[in-house]
Design a protein around this ligand. Structure first.
Ligand code: AMP
Ligand code: ZN
Length: 469
């Protein structure tokens, strides 16, 4: 299996630290609002990577954090007149709902930064003891960036070049630092902010130290794969490497995987630009499987432009698969008999070749775009080869293969009866008409039908309102 490693800028053969096991850490979201579909890209992509490893028989320890202490969370809490914990807990719960709707497997562990403060204090203390960090007079602790010779190895940046040319990490006016490139490990509390006691001051951790500590706690000093969006390469992942390798004296992660951006009009979708759609919003228009299918129709390292047309194309593509599966399922139920020699030949040759094509795509740095093409070819084969005359065994063999390959991509092949907003509105109108015509039996029946699909109606003075249960 080949993985493109940001560290070496090459595709490398995957060799696990421990045979048959994968230790994987994926940087998770900062929870101060609903997640947008840009945040969903790493979730979907790395869940698919995990599923492929599991399909190959690996046991995957999959750790993904929630950053639940941060300036943005505190700001949201102040705006709402509540505390940071209320905000973060609410959006963790909402994020988990979104993840479930996108068929993302629950992580082995979802650590929270605020639950790992002791580990952070321990790691910072070790870094100070080893001379890699220092506390300034006001209690801020900084990492001494120049003390780590390999700093810049992931992002392929050299400190001296940065100093000469770009000013990306230079922070001026910060007089307590020894050097412009030093970054914060621990910072003093401000009035009204959540804080923890520490040997340096009452305060809270910097963002980068969280991930180094949570990876160490749940996966150990050396991990196989560390992943996240490409915006995290610098400085976040570069700083994680510096902290972890200076503390543990071991290579932190062997393979660094980064997904490309989800864009709108070729600009990165982000909260700060305001050009985003939440997963929740997209879920009102589409089954979120369509979003998942859309994300996997591109290679994870390529930029992906979001548009209504592409979502429609994904919906149609997915429908083609689900319709084919439904037909063969019904057909297989009625069919009987064992495989004929001719059928066996189709399985051994045509089907097997397509499965190989799928696996080769996945093993070439998780090229899900080509894997999806292989599924379409398999569906085409199923559409033509399965007829009223074919045996049950043959129908089932093709069906099970399509389902298995879809499952690795996290696509559920069961057709869901889907109610879109427009369908709901139409049913409500029908119910209103029935009430007007005094056909209360029909009106009640429609209400029950909607309730069974999780749509609750409320008759108000302004008319009928509906909510999803
Ligand atoms: P954040 O909450 O901003 O820290 O982001 C959580 C995860 O989503 C990180 O791995 C980011 O790299 C990723 N991410 C954020 N925006 C996008 C985007 N537009 N496209 C792809 N990944 C993104
Ligand atoms: Zn991280």
């Amino acid at each position: 299996m080949k993985i493109y490693n940001t560290l070496t800028r090459q595709k490398e053969e995957f060799v696990p630290i421990e045979e048959g096991k994968v230790r994987m850490y994926v940087c998770g979201p900062t929870v101060y609002n609903y997640i947008h579909i840009g945040n969903a890209r790493p979730m979907i992509v790395f869940d698919t990577v995990r599923r492929y490893f599991e399909y190959k028989g690996y046991e995957v320890n999959y750790v993904s954090n929630f950053t639940d202490v941060d300036d943005k969370i505190i700001k949201a809490a102040i705006e709402e007149g509540t505390d940071a914990q209320t905000i973060s807990q609410r959006y963790i719960a909402e994020c988990k709902k979104d993840m479930e709707a996108m068929n993302i497997k629950p992580a082995t562990y979802n650590p929270l930064a605020t639950q790992e403060i002791d580990g952070m204090i321990r790691m910072i203390s070790t870094l100070i003891e080893k001379g890699h960090a220092y506390a300034a007079e006001d209690g801020t602790v900084y990492f001494r960036t120049r003390s780590f010779d390999e700093y810049g190895k992931l992002s392929h940046k050299k400190l001296d070049d940065l100093q000469a040319g770009h000013r990306e990490i230079k922070v001026t006016g910060d007089s307590t630092k020894e050097d412009d490139f030093d970054f914060v490990l621990w910072k003093p509390k401000k009035e009204g902010e959540p804080f923890w006691k520490s040997p340096w001051c009452d305060g809270r951790p910097g963002w980068h130290i969280e991930c180094s500590v949570m990876a160490k706690h749940y996966l150990g000093d050396e991990i196989d794969i560390h992943a996240g969006g490409e915006d995290l390469i610098f400085p976040h992942h570069e700083n994680e490497i510096a902290q972890s390798e200076c503390c543990n004296d071991k290579t932190f992660a062997r393979y660094w995987m980064h997904n490309g951006f989800l864009n709108i009009d070729n600009k990165k979708m982000s909260k700060s630009l305001g050009n985003f759609f939440t997963v929740r919003e997209i879920g009102e228009k589409y089954d979120l499987q369509v979003l998942r299918f859309f994300m996997l129709s591109a290679h994870y390292r390529s930029p992906l432009n979001f548009s209504a047309e592409l979502m429609e194309a994904s919906k149609n593509g997915l429908d083609r698969i689900l319709t084919a599966v439904e037909r063969v399922k019904e057909k297989a139920e009625k069919a009987a008999g064992e495989m004929t020699a001719e059928e066996q030949k189709i399985i051994d040759e045509e089907m097997t070749a397509l499965v190989r094509k799928y696996e080769e795509a996945m093993e070439d740095d998780f090229n899900t775009a080509d894997a999806v093409s292989a599924i379409f070819e398999l569906v085409k084969l199923m559409n033509t080869a399965v007829t009223d005359e074919t045996s049950k065994a043959f129908d089932r063999a093709l069906l099970e293969e399509v389902e298995r390959l879809c499952d690795i991509l996290g696509i559920i092949t069961e057709k869901k009866e889907e109610l879109l907003d427009a369908d709901i509105e139409a049913l409500i109108e029908k119910r209103q008409a029935a009430r007007k015509a005094k056909d209360f039996a029909l009106a009640d029946q429609i209400r029950d039908e909607l309730a069974a699909k999780g749509i609750l109606l409320k008759d108000t003075r302004e008319g009928v309102k509906w909510t999803k249960a």
